[in-house]
Design a protein around this ligand. Sequence first.
Ligand SMILES: NC(=O)c1ccc[n+]([C@@H]2O[C@H](COP(=O)([O-])OP(=O)(O)OC[C@H]3O[C@@H](n4cnc5c(N)ncnc54)[C@H](OP(=O)(O)O)[C@@H]3O)[C@@H](O)[C@H]2O)c1
Length: 236
Amino acid sequence: MTIKDRTVLVTGANRGIGQVLVEEALRRGAKRVYAGTRQPLAHLDGRVTPLTLDVTSVSQIQRAVDEVDTLDVLINNAGVAIYDNLSNLDVIEQHLAVNFLGLLKVTHAFLPLLKHSKGALAALAALPVIPAYSISKAAAFNMTQSLRALLAGQGVTVHAVVLGPIDTDMNRGFEIPKASPESAALRIFDGLEKGEEDIFPDPASQSIAEGWRTGAVKALERQFAAFVPESAANLG
Ligand SMILES: NC(=O)c1ccc[n+]([C@@H]2O[C@H](COP(=O)([O-])OP(=O)(O)OC[C@H]3O[C@@H](n4cnc5c(N)ncnc54)[C@H](OP(=O)(O)O)[C@@H]3O)[C@@H](O)[C@H]2O)c1
């Protein structure tokens, strides 16, 4: 899939990686970019349509769906990362609400449009570092694998973006080598355009890419995908 002349929706589009994914989609000639944000957003490019979209709000998700006519690419980028030690259940629930259930609700809501366009769906996973965050991202990653198998027969491709550290607010103050959001956004769209199932867009994640693609977990995912009955794929 090429991004040129396509319609792209990015959640969490006001800052960090989401913001540069919007710019990269525009640079690649996207016809329309829906920018999902919790706070009002203004953008100089007329191809950008802001959408009020807290991914935990069912009513906002529904209103956003009503505003979108066609959709080729949905990028589930919105995420939270709060540093914790698993002692506070509220923190775990908050991560699950945004990083896992939010992603699932937004996906469900836009799936009919993606099926119609035979589009693509991407989620930004992580290399686990902090516990509640890691649990929510592991759940999201697992869900991504299931969605890939469930939607395979319906023309919607599902991509996992496996990120190493990227220089955004999320890991401000964490003194480790980080890639720029711009370079990550560039490689995320390169991966989408090349049809890569799992996209490794920065030097840290790149270092495990080959091992991942030829590893046991990937082999199991492929084996299990073959067991999905056609009747199971009635999402959306
Ligand atoms: N940075 C990294 O090193 C790294 C590594 C691995 C994975 N990731 C993943 O990449 C994605 C983007 O991360 P980032 O580094 O760009 O983080 P960031 O700079 O902290 O930005 C997070 C974005 O998510 C939005 N968001 C948070 N809660 C939301 C909600 N309930 N509804 C809608 N939007 C919400 C934020 O909006 P507000 O401005 O309204 O808060 C913001 O736009 C996340 O899924 C993250 O887990 C990042």
